[in-house]
Design a protein around this ligand. Structure first.
Ligand code: DX5
Ligand code: ZN
Length: 241
């Protein structure tokens, strides 16, 4: 049964800590089931699933079959980040494979509004992903259609890159757009950031108004002695308080 996760309206969890979405791009692909079970056991909030097509971005990763394979191993939401062009054909496939959240880059869709509608029609939460150079104006006419706004804090395509500092100002601007939207009676929208998030910069990222931080190399590059990820995930949440 796909999409077992009931969508939440709450931008922060009950303990008021930032939510962490480990990117399995940096996991051991030969042991993906174990890896996703380990991050959930360590307190991860979402599984971040990076889909790259060697066309929209110069790298090639994983598709719906892998999403379907990991789905029974975790109860937390699977957050599918599509770095593909074109976008639409993959959406029903990922929804069927158990995705809960699907985000895409607006430059990669001819009809952004239609793509957002398609994601929601499939029972998933929908979001757009803004690259470091993508202006915020692309949000102007789709705020009502969004469950998530994901800001890239690196250029998409690879894990392990450095956080781009100008993202902080952009995050603050999106936070105030979301807050204004909600104050005007709009639906809640989760603000997510992706790229270069570490224990030593997460505090300032959270202070800029983020709800969910993707972290790939920071999590999978710092296993506990037993191979789990409790230490690093709790350290990220603690530093982000
Ligand atoms: C980059 C991906 C990111 C990336 C994050 O295109 O979207 O999710 O894996 O990795 P780190 O946390 O290592 O920057
Ligand atoms: Zn990503």
């Amino acid at each position: 049964m796909p999409n077992p996760w009931p969508p939440t309206d709450a931008p922060l969890d009950m303990t008021n800590t930032v939510r962490i979405a480990p990117s399995i791009l940096s996991a051991d692909f030969a042991r993906l089931g174990e890896e996703v079970r380990a991050i959930e056991a360590a307190g991860a909030d979402w599984v971040h699933f990076d889909v790259m097509d060697n066309h929209y971005v110069p790298n090639l990763t994983i598709g719906p079959l892998v999403c379907e394979a990991i789905r029974p191993h975790v109860g937390i939401p699977i957050d599918v980040h599509l770095m593909v062009e074109p976008v639409d054909a993959l959406i029903p496939m990922f929804a069927k494979a158990g995705a809960n959240i699907i985000t895409f880059h607006p430059e990669a869709s001819r009809h952004v509004h239609r793509t957002l509608q398609l994601i929601r029609d499939q029972g998933c939460q929908a979001g757009v992903v803004l690259n470091p150079a993508t202006p915020l104006e692309c949000l102007d006419h789709v705020m009502d259609q969004l469950d998530v706004i994901l800001l890239m804090s690196v250029n998409p395509g690879f894990g392990g890159q450095q956080f781009i500092p100008s993202t902080l100002a952009k995050l603050r601007q999106v936070r105030s757009r979301i807050d204004q939207h909600v104050a005007d009676g709009g639906q809640p929208i989760t603000l997510e950031v992706d790229g270069g998030v570490k224990t030593d910069n997460i505090a300032q990222i959270v202070a800029a108004g983020v709800d969910v931080c993707v972290a790939g190399s920071a999590v999978f590059g710092a296993p506990d002695p037993d191979g789990g990820y409790c230490g690093v995930i709790q350290a990220l949440k603690q530093a982000g308080k």
